[in-house]
Write a protein that binds this ligand. Structure first.
Ligand SMILES: [Ca+2]
Ligand SMILES: [Ca+2]
Length: 365
């Protein structure tokens, strides 16, 4: 044990700068993490329980590993990851598939006793030399798990010897063994300003009038685009809260579906003579009002309001109807009397009243 204690101290010093963090319950040794499990299970269930923690039943690669595992196992009788299930007589470690080193067997082992011993355990009672033995896999034993070491929360494992802070806009809540892919984007609608973030909530929530895609580093990462509006905090896409309403337009960072003030709401009603079909991104809105109709301020359709009676006419782009002039009639007469678009002068043979022309009746005396 003194030798092992010295060994542990030496290893700790050698790995002081290395990413030798282990999850809770695991102990780092020679670049891996190990855990003793006190509840006996059969071999397959033991392995399944290790896998729940991204681990496998333990393996050893040299005498130091073996000594460490022997000491870690209370009572010195635990399942290890070696087995010859795939090929009788060829023992490999689960996970790595590495061959089990010879020279660690108890005398006379492996013997495949009764023809069904395929799983390796550490056997304290073996005489004369307690080491490993092949045993029926259905036996219940305490067991040892192992998994890679990793970098701590907020960090990623850049390489075997270096832990690096996750950049702003990402977080890492537990342990990293895989590299920068272990740093997770702050969720859509949130942002992170700090490196080495550990909390999935990151720094906070995206600001009103803006949207924050995954991995954002600012609450004002992106303006809600012109024609859209962002009514709430925490928006994650350029759709924001949706299109500004019919009859309205907006510039960037608008916050209301029906803005009525450029200075206060960054948008307004469509001007008279024009219409907005929804999502208009400037005061030009969607286009001019249709001929035969007029569009008051805030119109949502090109045919918002019929021009009126025959005494009115509306060319395209009108915000209100025009009264037919005295001595004129509304045109075209083929259009409904409520949708006239122009006016024409009555001839001398005609009489115009209320925008309608009639033939004069000439009495010959
Ligand atoms: Ca066997
Ligand atoms: Ca045996």
């Amino acid at each position: 044990m003194l030798r092992l204690a010295g060994l542990l101290a030496g290893v700790a010093a050698a790995f002081a700068a290395a990413p030798d963090r282990c999850p809770a319950g695991y102990t780092a040794f020679q670049g891996r993490c190990f855990k003793y499990n006190a509840s006996p299970q059969n071999w397959a269930n033991s392995q399944a329980q290790c896998q729940l923690e991204d681990a496998n039943l333990a393996s050893f690669a040299d005498q130091d590993d073996f000594d460490f595992l022997w000491a870690l196992c209370v009572g010195n009788e635990c399942w290890l990851g070696g087995n010859d299930i795939a090929s009788e007589g060829t023992f490999r470690f689960v996970g790595s598939n590495a061959l089990v080193l010879s020279g660690y067997w108890s005398t006379g082992e492996p013997d495949n006793f009764l023809g069904n011993q395929d799983c390796i355990w550490m056997w304290l009672a073996a005489a004369p030399d307690p080491k490993i033995d092949d045993l029926q896999c259905t036996a219940s034993r305490r067991f040892l798990c192992e998994r890679p070491t990793g970098c701590g929360a907020g960090e990623y494992r850049a390489n075997a010897n270096t832990c690096t802070n996750c950049p702003a806009g990402k977080y890492q809540p537990s342990i990293s063994v895989n590299g920068i892919s272990d740093c997770i984007d702050c969720a859509a609608g949130r942002y992170g300003t700090a490196v080495k973030e550990t909390n999935p909530a990151c720094t906070g929530i995206c600001a009103q009038g803006y949207y924050c895609p995954p991995g954002s580093t600012s609450p004002t990462a992106n303006d809600c685009p012109a024609g859209k509006y962002g009514a709430t905090t925490g928006l994650g896409t350029a759709t924001c809260s949706g299109n500004v309403g019919p009859g309205y337009w907006s510039t960037t960072r608008a916050t209301r579906v029906n803005p009525t003030s450029v200075t206060a709401h960054r948008g307004d009603r469509c001007p008279a003579g024009r219409f907005g079909a929804g999502g208009a991104s400037s005061s030009s809105c969607s286009g001019p009002c249709q001929a035969g109709y007029y569009c008051p301020i805030g119109s949502g359709s090109a045919s918002q309001t019929q021009c009126g009676g025959p005494d009115k006419y509306c060319p395209a782009g009108r915000g209100s109807p025009i009264s037919v002039s005295s001595g004129y009639y509304s045109t075209p007469e083929s259009a409904p009397s409520t949708q006239r678009t122009g006016q024409a002068k009555c001839s001398e043979e005609e009489f115009c009243s209320g925008g309608v022309r009639t033939k004069r009746i000439v009495f010959c005396v």
